[in-house]
Ligand binder design. Structure first.
Ligand code: FES
Ligand SMILES: [Fe+2]
Length: 350
């Protein structure tokens, strides 16, 4: 199940240049490149002649991509502009062109109806390139359905088990006050852990010597955008009342883009408000979280393998699933809405 009428992260900006880059998004092959003035382009990566990926070809003129096999040339709109050895360009000689936008050091793509592609609808990830924050982003390849990553990030009790040596401890499960609520577009899960020991990574980063008040505020925006506001302050200094002083505050920013039904491009970044211009701090924070995320990716692969063996096998739910279950309900409703639009457009065209 894919929701196409949404913006998704397709690549980090540094990946897209004058050499064609291929990436599959929601089962569609896409080729990315830049024109001479740096404008990014995304086209269907499948020549309409004999279906060779255009990404195997090369840029021969400003924004003109030449197929590797028989040399057909396509412009940035996807139109075929040359067929070697003949004057006539066959009708229908074009590939799909996708709207793209550069924002927050990522290239965003719109896979659905181009008429609906409104860049103001891109989810806010400003922490990744804001001067008050230090940040670094990254890409992971997750061999699982994209909704398994949503589930994971909306239920942070797994930190106590999967990440017990880095960002988790049992206080998260046994001593947390949890609230799950709907927001105008998505779900928010808030978790406060008061007067408990800091986890190992927080001690390293924040230098805590005593107990802390720790928060995790998870904001889910469909289909697959999960932004975590996390941090801790020395206990009793007023964080639950909104006074975040003497501690650390971070944003963990996740944007999952389905590649296929069983694989996901997992873009994520980590931003911190303390020593924001110290590259060594940014790197240390980033590496701590990356270690944890690699632990998650192993879980995803194992889960997806088992799901593939018997997709209909029964599962049970526990209290901690509440956020994830609500997110899945939202996705189902949006999918039904989108299919109704697609069907209405199909009927109108007939
Ligand atoms: S397959 Fe592209 S030109 Fe023939
Ligand atoms: Fe995790």
């Amino acid at each position: 199940m894919f929701l196409k009428n949404h913006w998704y992260v397709a690549a980090s900006l540094s990946e897209v240049g004058h050499t064609p880059l291929r990436r599959i998004v929601m089962n569609e092959p896409v080729v990315f490149y830049r024109t001479e003035d740096g404008t990014p382009v995304a086209l269907e990566d499948r020549c309409p002649h004999r279906r060779v990926p255009l990404s195997m070809g090369k840029l021969v003129d400003d924004g003109i991509l030449q197929c590797h096999y028989h040399g057909l040339r396509f412009d940035r709109t996807g139109a075929c502009v040359r067929v070697p050895g003949q004057d006539l360009i066959p009708p229908g000689a074009r590939v799909k062109a996708y709207p793209v936008v550069e924002r927050y050091k990522w290239l965003w793509i719109w896979m659905g109806d181009p008429a609906l592609a409104d860049p103001t609808k891109i989810t806010d990830y400003h922490w990744l390139d804001h001067p008050d924050w230090g940040a670094r982003s990254d890409y992971l390849y997750a061999q699982c359905n994209w909704q398994l990553v949503n589930d994971n990030l909306l239920d942070l009790t797994h930190l106590a088990f999967v990440h017990e040596t880095t960002i988790g401890n049992m206080a998260l499960v046994e001593h947390a006050a949890v609230r799950v609520q709907r927001t105008p577009t998505g779900v928010q899960v808030t978790r406060w852990i008061i007067d408990q020991p800091a986890p190992p990574a927080f001690v390293k980063i924040g230098g805590f010597t005593g107990n802390v008040d720790r928060w995790q505020i998870i904001d889910y925006t469909p289909p697959s955008f999960i932004r975590l506001d996390v941090g801790a302050t020395p206990t009793g200094t007023g964080a639950p009342e909104g006074r975040r002083v003497g501690g650390i505050e971070m944003r963990n920013l996740n944007a999952m883009t389905p590649e296929t039904e069983t694989t996901t491009h997992y873009f994520w970044g980590q931003a911190h408000d303390f020593q924001p211009h110290d590259a060594a701090v940014t790197e240390r924070v980033f590496q701590q979280i990356k270690t944890a995320f690699l632990e998650d990716v192993s879980v995803f692969t194992a889960q997806q393998n088992n799901i593939g063996l018997d997709p209909g096998a029964a599962t049970i739910d526990i209290n901690a699933d509440s956020g994830g279950i609500q997110a899945r309900r939202i996705v189902e409703r949006l999918y039904a809405d989108e299919q109704a639009l697609v069907n209405a457009a199909r009927t109108a065209a007939e």
